[in-house]
Design a protein around this ligand. Structure first.
Ligand code: 16G
Ligand code: MG
Length: 549
């Protein structure tokens, strides 16, 4: 069987590639100005069909979103059959197809892909797709659907939904009727699964005070509205920033990325949040979560992905012990270089900790190597993975006391509560709430697990980010040559100083991270390193930002 070239040609001509734009399938798929993405969407539609054929007709997911980016941006990423990120080798295929300059070149690239990836075109192709609430979504989805049609895929439209729900659907569809059945393959199935596990986990605990949820004016608002119906009085959620149809509102001065990067309270919550009250922020596609509260002096206190990892890991370790499974089940942590030094110290005193490069695929794969792998990026993206062996151990274990039995049940319910396909703000929020309820922790008590070192993140615009190459999980630069030695020399002068430089995978900038014992020193170190980067790479001295000391 060969490619339906005639159909592809007719449809491809309706979605020409804009000249002078180079697209890259990066850490978060394709992501750029929505108005430039029509051809990319069409081509990704065909690529998804080929990926499904390659995997014997398993269902592939396609999510149209630009997450925490501003509203004019959009993007698209593929989800592999177990609900995980697209296999890395196919990222290059995606980039390749997206950049073919003409319809002819595109068809040639497709034929090439079929050959090198040895795709059996007689296999069926199945796809499930969804989008976030961005205004450019509907027209981009239409282009995607033309791609599905061109390759003759059987498709299911999941409509407007969160990224983690789409991942859940992919895994549920592909495991339906097997012993690994992940859940009922619908949004209701997802809500039911999470809320049932949550209610079992908090049964008998005093109800927590209400939780404010900042939905970033994105699709999370819809998911929160929905889960409220299922939770009953087991948890009271107060959604804010739910204006999904107000132009320009998405991620604007709200949401998880705003909270993390500005280390500030979203101004829209100022009049609602009382000192001591817990609140959390989702990002625009609801796969990141940040918690925060105001202390008794009204100071903003952030509880980021590192704090979530510490809270959750300690809880799971305690349950494993209490269930009498300490010998069989080992818990480990995965972080990136962005993890606060305070968290790394706290965690590595207690558990194995691995550091990997930025991006969910790296964290996820590393976490799969533990019996229970807890991974969170500082930015709030993360989840917990229970290995297949561990899930079997939990199912087979015979508790010898009532206390062991209770702990075992909690662990089993956690495997149901946690979305193990990908970071999930809704599921992670319920997870945090379970731990807080069990420990009777307020935000302040959780916060006091360890003290964050003051830190600062700075962007540097350079002429070519590709000259920046890193090693040691992005903690050291190997190129440009000599720059790392200069950074080391600077860092040495600061108490508890740490800094690293890496090229962004989502923007044409270089990121500088620094931390130190006190705030002013962390800021100074970050700006000095930024200055080094700027000068080293031939930045125009006349345009050197003043704060780069
Ligand atoms: C993407 C990644 C996220 C990472 C961020 C880093 C996924 C699904 N998302 O959002 O994990 O933290 O990129 O961005 O992998 P940067 O490379 O621009 O710093
Ligand atoms: Mg996101």
């Amino acid at each position: 069987m060969s490619l339906p070239v005639d159909t592809i040609r007719i449809l491809a001509d309706r979605h020409p590639k804009p000249a002078n734009i180079r697209f890259t399938y990066g850490t978060a798929g394709f992501r750029t100005l929505g108005s430039t993405l029509d051809s990319v969407m069409f081509r990704v539609g065909i690529l998804a069909g080929l990926r499904s054929k390659k995997l014997d007709g398993k269902t592939i997911g396609v999510m149209v979103t630009a997450s925490h980016n501003p509203e004019p941006d959009n993007g698209v990423k593929l989800v592999d059959p177990r609900g995980e990120m697209l296999e890395a080798a196919w990222e290059a295929h995606a980039t390749n197809l997206a950049n073919a300059p003409t319809t002819d070149a595109f068809i040639e690239a497709l034929e090439n892909l079929v050959k090198i990836a040895k795709i059996d075109l007689s296999k069926p192709s199945r796809i499930v797709y969804g989008r976030d609430t961005r205004p450019s979504g509907p027209s981009l989805v239409a282009a995607l659907e033309d791609g599905f049609q061109a390759i003759g895929a059987s498709v299911r439209n999941a409509g407007v939904t969160t990224t983690p729900i789409l991942h859940y659907l992919v895994r549920s569809i592909n495991t339906k009727g097997t012993k690994d059945e992940y859940g009922i393959d619908s949004e209701e199935g997802y809500m039911q699964k999470l809320s049932t596990a949550f209610k079992k986990l908090v049964a008998g605990k005093p109800a927590s005070p209400p939780l404010i949820v900042d939905c970033a004016n994105g699709v999370g608002a819809q998911a929160v509205d929905e889960i409220i119906k299922y939770l009953g009085d087991s948890l009271q959620l107060i959604p804010h920033n739910t204006a999904t149809t107000t132009p320009g509102a998405l991620n604007n001065a709200c949401g998880a990325d705003f909270v993390k990067t500005t280390q500030k309270l979203p101004p829209s919550l100022a009049q609602f949040l009382k000192p001591g009250q817990r609140a959390c922020s989702f990002d625009g596609d609801a796969d990141r979560l940040m918690y925060f509260y105001l202390d008794e002096r009204g100071q903003f206190r952030m509880l980021d992905g590192d704090k979530i990892a510490a809270l959750v890991a300690a809880f799971i370790v305690d349950l494993v012990k209490a269930a009498g499974l300490e010998e069989e089940i080992k818990v480990g942590i995965v972080q990136t270089a962005y993890a606060n030094g305070g968290s790394t110290k706290y965690l590595s005193d207690r558990l194995p900790v691995k550091c990997v490069p930025t991006g969910v695929k790296h964290l996820h794969h590393a976490a799969e190597h533990y019996d229970v792998g807890v991974y969170f990026e500082a930015n709030g993206h993360g989840t917990v993975l229970f290995s297949p062996d561990t899930q079997e151990t939990l199912a087979a274990h015979q508790p010898s006391t009532p206390a062991q039995s209770t702990a075992l049940n909690h662990l089993v319910n956690l495997t149901q509560l946690i979305n193990q396909t990908v970071g999930d703000a809704l599921s992670d929020m319920l997870l945090v709430e379970v731990v807080l309820a069990h420990k009777s922790y307020s935000g302040a008590e959780w916060d006091s697990l360890y003290v964050d070192l003051p830190n600062r993140l700075v962007k540097v615009v350079v002429s070519d980010i590709h000259i920046f190459k890193t090693e040691d999980a992005e903690r050291r630069l190997v190129s440009p040559p000599g720059l790392q030695a200069k950074i080391d020399e600077l860092v040495r002068r600061y108490e508890a100083g740490r800094a690293f430089v890496r090229p962004s995978g989502t923007e044409a900038v270089v990121r500088v991270y620094a931390e130190a014992m006190v705030r002013a020193q962390a800021d100074e170190l970050a700006f000095r390193v930024a200055g080094l980067v700027y000068d080293e790479t031939g930045g125009d001295p006349a345009r050197r930002p003043a704060e780069f000391l």
